[in-house]
Ligand binder design. Sequence first.
Ligand SMILES: [Zn+2]
Length: 79
Amino acid sequence: MSFLNKLLGRKEPSAQAKQEPLPCLHVGLVPQWDTAADIGSEALASRFVCSTCSASFTPDEAHALRASEAERLHAVLGN
Ligand SMILES: [Zn+2]
């Protein structure tokens, strides 16, 4: 019986429960352009895509993310 209890009753906590994945900080934003003529100029980028999670941002959002980048890194790293 104790063998069965051990087998069925004791569940190891999953690795996921122990370690929550960190939210993406979107620090690697890559500019993308809709118009070929604009390519190369970040100011004319149509959108920015996170190189880590592939989330897409408007230039305004990308600007806000970059402005708060250091702040957000601090919060996550805890120092
Ligand atoms: Zn991201």
